[in-house]
Structures are given as C-alpha cells and as structure tokens.
Ligand binder design. Structure first.
Ligand code: PAF
Length: 274
C-alpha cells in the first residue's frame, strides 16, 4: 500500500495503477461501516483508493473538529489488511488555498433537515467531495446510506456538474443491538449506548406501521416519536423521497425515513430506505 500525503505523491502513486479505480472517502476513525465500503469497493474494482481527511470546511463553529476521533495507526493497518492500493492522507494546506472558488449546496435540499440544523455543513462537504473525486479519478465512489442527505446531495452534484463517476450506495452497518455504526459512537457511555437504541427502534416502529398499511407520513412520524422518549432531544423525524422532497404519503420504493437526536454528547442520525 502506498501512503500519499500530498497531491504530487497521490498523482505519482496513481501512475502505478491501471484499470478501474474504486474510491472510498472517509474522515478516518474507521469502523465496520467503513470496512464494508472498503470491502465492496475492493471486490468491484481493479484498484482501490481510500482517503482519510478530517475536512474542516464541513464542521460548524463550535462542532467537534478538534476533538473528532483520530486513530491513524489503526486506520493504516485496516487499510493495508483490506488490500487498499493507495491511502491518501493529505494535510489541510494541500487541499485548500485561502481564496477558494466554492460550490454550494442547493438552496432547498441543502438547507433542510441536516442542512437546517448544521447550516453550511453541506457546502463544505460537497466542496471536499468534489476535490476528492477529481483527485482520485475514481470510476466508482462508495458512500454509506446512513448519511442519506449527504448521499442525495453528492448524487445531485455529480448529475449537475456532469461528473464521470458512479456513486455506489452502501447499506447501513449496525451493531448486534441495532445501533447504526458511527465514528461518534465512541462518545457514548454504556447507558447512552442503551438509550441510543431508541433511534433504530423508532425506525422499526415505522416499518411495522408501513407493513400494517399505514402510509400517512404524519401518523408514522407520531408513532416514531412515541418510542423516542429515551433520547435527550429529538432534532427531527422526517419522511422524504430519495431526492429529499417532502412526502404526504410513503411511496414504497422511493422513501427515506429519517431520525436525528441527541443522546449525551453526540448527535446521532439514522434512517430507513423503503
Ligand atoms: O461522510 C464522511 O465521512 C464525510 O462527510 C466525507 C464524505 C468523507 C467528506 O468529508
């Protein structure tokens, strides 16, 4: 595995590759969720590039940029053992200059739900994903469904900017109790971990309601809120189509049910695609 820390090192390393390139962008602190993306990308491509970059422009003032979990040594080992060809770990100076040209999130879909709670987050996320996709020269890039709105916006960026890369949607990975894996789960103590299960429980409740024939969005959201009493604060419960347009009724095959809530220190998100 080649570790590239600068753009030149990345370009030099890419010279050694021929054939399709699978790409998995990450912010490090790799867990089984990342691993499943890496393994899928490894299987489906001749070459595999993974990036680890804690992107400052997608963190808001007061968020956990400095405290964001970092475990470089373990991450390198995981990548090496997973058959990664190039691990790209740039520093901030390689990725940004002071007076940058910026792309922004769309005015509506980029500023609802996560975008409303974290205004500007998606501008920074799209900015770095555009850079990383261009740098990697990926044929296919792999993203988890857990960050559903991020994924929808990346797909919109690829479409709107006619970018020549296939975005592959990967399933959410959960622990044995149903908690969706996230690097921020390390902030949870035992009691909070238990209480955090309310998020996946609320999605199970939504599934039950839909399977019983309930398609009305308000009724499903009410049913979900009823099982979220263990969280410290519910930020939103929402039901949208795959492009994040609001829905009045669930459309089977084109619906995402989302929940965001605070449990202890971290803000957790989870969702269900139906
Ligand atoms: O989902 C993430 O880890 C990040 O938002 C991403 C896509 C790596 C961009 O920094």
């Amino acid at each position: 595995m080649i570790i590239a820390k600068t753009i030149d090192e990345l370009y030099n390393a890419k010279q050694t590759l021929s054939g399709s390139i699978g790409f998995v962008p990450t912010m490090g602190a790799l867990h089984h969720g990342h691993l499943s993306l890496i393994q899928q990308a490894r299987k489906e491509n001749e070459n595999l590039i993974v990036s680890i970059f804690v992107n400052p422009t997608q963190f808001l003032e007061g968020e956990d940029l400095d405290a964001y979990p970092r475990k470089e040594v373990a991450d390198k080992k995981i990548c090496e053992l997973s058959g990664v060809d190039i691990l790209f770990m740039p520093d901030i100076g390689s990725m940004y200059e002071s007076d940058e040209l910026c792309i922004g999130a769309p005015a509506i879909r980029g500023y609802i739900l996560e975008g409303e709670k974290r205004p500007g987050h998606f501008d920074g996320m799209l900015q770095v994903v555009m850079k990383l996709l261009n740098l990697s020269g990926a044929t296919k890039a792999y993203f988890g469904k857990k960050d559903a709105q991020q994924l929808a916006l990346i797909m919109q960026m690829v479409k709107n900017y006619f970018m020549d890369v296939e975005i592959v949607l990967c399933e959410i990975v959960r622990d044995d109790k149903g908690l969706a894996l996230s690097s921020r789960n390390i902030y949870l103590d035992a009691d909070e971990k238990q209480r955090a299960l309310a998020l996946s429980r609320s999605l199970k409740r939504a599934t039950k309601l839909v399977m019983a024939g309930e398609l009305n969005v308000e009724a499903i959201k009410k049913g979900m809120v009823n099982v979220l009493e263990d969280v410290d604060e519910i930020e939103y419960v929402a039901i949208v189509d795959r492009e994040f347009n609001a829905l009045k009724e669930v459309k089977i095959g084109n619906t995402i049910i989302l929940v965001a809530a605070w449990v202890g220190k971290p803000r957790l998100i989870d969702n269900l695609w139906i």
